[in-house]
Design a protein around this ligand. Structure first.
Ligand SMILES: C[S@@+](CC[C@H](N)C(=O)[O-])C[C@H]1O[C@@H](n2cnc3c(N)ncnc32)[C@H](O)[C@@H]1O
Length: 276
């Protein structure tokens, strides 16, 4: 794409993201990918350019669903931000699990924006390797949600390229996956630990309260502040007192707006709910 075409797409994208309460700054690095999808859509509709597509969106409210799909960035990998997973396995999960065992209940975890399952399955793998041997009576309940139905289907299938497993110890890969042609497919005993739901976090969230919530590379990254505050406010109602919230590296929680959350580990970008 040349510079002029980039400018047309940027202008269009700036307008469309703003209409959807999405943040331009979050898209800066991935805008090329989104522009390619939009260009393809314009061709598919037989329209002449971005201004016509803008008009088409203004006249066809249903088309915003297509735009939303094009604007979703679905990159993920197992054990993304490895230091967080190390800390979870060594100290944080044991603390959470001890508390839920004392209260004689399951340990409930939610991966919001779970893409093709890499994040909730990382937790399942960590649980089997680090938590189960130490706390054999503890029962995990891992819920994963994503707005993209294709991602949910891929997650339920549970097959990945070796590249997305590169942060996992080799021994854990050998235990958890079988190889099918060139794909690494997660064994059923791990897949059974996670339940996936297609949910748009702007509209719905899973039931019950959670001890641990992952919201990495979604709300803080791609939503405008006002939308992020509204979604986080609902999300923290889904957390027990003392529950942990994990954001992606470089993401920020709106601490100035939501007082029920405090930083837990600033380096790892982990927060906790400070009141019921
Ligand atoms: C960049 S991926 C992050 C995946 C994983 N959390 C991680 O950090 O590796 C963002 C995911 O959020 C999903 N997503 C985007 N908008 C959403 C929304 N409104 N509700 C739920 N999921 C959404 C996308 O489909 C995508 O799978």
């Amino acid at each position: 794409m040349n510079k002029t075409k980039n400018k047309y797409c940027d202008n269009f994208l700036g307008w469309a993201l703003s209409e959807r309460n999405l943040s331009w700054s979050g898209y800066r690095k991935v805008r090329g990918q989104v522009c390619k999808r939009i260009k393809r859509r314009i061709e598919e509709l037989g329209l002449e350019g971005y201004s016509h597509y803008r008009q088409y969106l203004e006249e066809n409210a249903e088309e915003w669903k297509v735009f939303d799909r094009m604007a979703r960035i679905t990159i993920s990998r197992f054990f993304r931000d490895r230091a967080v997973w190390h800390s979870l396995g060594e100290t944080l999960l044991p603390l959470i699990v001890e508390k839920s065992l004392k209260e004689e209940r399951k340990t409930r975890c939610w991966s919001a924006g779970s893409a093709s399952g890499e994040e909730p399955y990382s937790l399942a793998i960590l649980w089997k390797n680090r938590i189960q041997p130490r706390f054999p009576d503890a029962i995990p309940e891992i819920v994963a949600t994503d707005a993209d139905c294709h991602m949910i289907k891929r997650a339920e299938k549970g097959c990945y390229s070796l590249g997305s497993l590169k942060e996992l110890p080799e021994e854990w890969i050998r235990d958890a996956f079988t190889t099918e042609e060139s794909a690494y497919c997660l064994k059923d005993s791990y897949k059974e630990m996670v339940r996936f739901y297609p949910q748009d976090i702007r509209e719905e969230m899973p039931g019950g309260k959670f001890d641990l919530v992952f919201c990495k590379n979604l709300v803080s990254m791609y939503f405008k502040k006002e939308l992020a505050v509204s979604v986080f406010s609902k999300m923290i109602r889904k957390m027990r007192k003392g529950a942990l919230l994990i954001l992606g590296n470089h993401e920020q929680f709106p601490l100035d707006e939501i007082k029920e959350i405090s930083p837990f580990d600033k380096n790892l970008n982990i927060y906790f709910k400070n009141r019921a």
